[in-house]
Write a protein that binds this ligand. Structure first.
Ligand code: NCD
Length: 309
């Protein structure tokens, strides 16, 4: 039996380096299969999604990943049109969804929501974003992108810039990078530094330094991972306005970076990367979005097939 069979994907912390590498190898395999063989992998299987927060890429990439391996998906992407509006609890909604589908994908405003759902659901649950806590499939996609574009992860210098306090993709990426031998530079306004409750845990596995000055390490970075300031998570608008637009990666900055450095972003981008960077060879955020479809297809294929694919 493959070890991912029927496994919940709640936190990237649950994955060892070997397991991550196994997902990457399965992703490579998916990308090489012809489309008719690929459609056999989850033929007749159903993915159910519940999105209590807005999403473009994550939901659509799960949808299109499932279609690419022959399955189908159904679910709720606009919670205001569901029975939640009538007062239905998350646990009842999850229970119902797990009757109609073979696997559940949940995005919710609360930390701990996916762990909670996995305890109720009879079907495996994938965390597609739980509050400010984690977004494990995004981290798998981010690590896979780094590996594809830089041909390795070990030995790289990686800068992560933006909202490190509220950005859940940052935490999952840091926990994931903890499996590798990398040097990390965390760049943020003082008020958006990574949360101290996570620092201790991250420090156990990863070397990082913190700065407010994006220029400081620019010329040594192999990867610059840019994140959006998470406006919706600020307790008040005033605080957001103080840090809005703190960093904008533009062509001038790019000129100071290594020629073969890459710029990543989980998207959506607001104003933190100027659009003239898009056409440079360093911009890899759209490729990153495309890899996300394949990494998700690989995960679904492994979770839903006892003997893998
Ligand atoms: C991210 C998220 O939802 O955390 N989006 C995504 O899934 N690609 C990042 C963000 O919203 O800034």
């Amino acid at each position: 039996m493959n070890e991912f069979y029927q496994k919940d994907i709640i936190s990237i912390k649950d994955f060892s380096k070997d397991q991550l590498e196994e997902i990457f190898a399965s992703t490579d395999k998916i990308m090489q299969l012809n489309s008719s063989d690929r459609r056999e992998i989850c033929k007749g299987k159903t993915l159910g999604y519940l999105f209590y927060e807005p999403s473009t890429r994550t939901r659509l990439s799960f949808d299109s990943a499932m279609a690419s391996i022959g399955g189908n998906s159904l679910g709720i992407s606009d919670i205001s049109s569901s029975s939640t509006q009538k007062g239905e609890s998350l646990s009842d909604t999850v229970r119902i969804m797990s009757i109609y589908s073979d696997i559940l994908v949940l995005r919710h405003t609360l930390d701990g929501s996916s762990r909670f759902a996995s305890e109720i659901s009879e079907k495996p649950v994938i965390n597609a974003g739980s509050g400010t806590e984690e977004h494990p499939t995004q981290a798998i996609q981010d690590l896979f992108t780094i590996k594809k574009e830089k041909k390795k992860i070990d030995g790289l210098k990686i800068g992560i810039v933006g909202d490190l306090k509220y950005g859940r993709t940052v935490y999952s990426l840091l926990y994931g990078l903890g499996n590798y031998d990398v040097d990390v530079r965390l760049i943020s306004p003082e008020s958006l530094r990574i949360r101290s409750d996570s620092t201790y845990e991250i420090k156990k596995k990863l070397d990082f330094t913190e700065t407010t000055d994006i220029e400081e390490y620019l010329d040594e970075l192999d990867v610059l991972y840019v994140t959006r300031i998470q406006k919706e998570r600020f307790p008040d608008e005033e605080e957001y306005l103080k840090v809005k637009g703190s960093y904008v990666v533009g062509l001038n900055m790019l000129k100071r970076m290594k020629d073969d450095s890459i710029i990543l972003h989980p998207l959506p981008r607001i104003d933190e990367i100027s659009s003239d960077v898009d056409k440079t060879k360093n911009a890899k955020y759209f490729e990153q979005a495309e890899y996300g479809k394949h990494t998700r297809a690989a995960l679904l294929g492994m979770i839903l097939n006892e003997n893998g694919f």
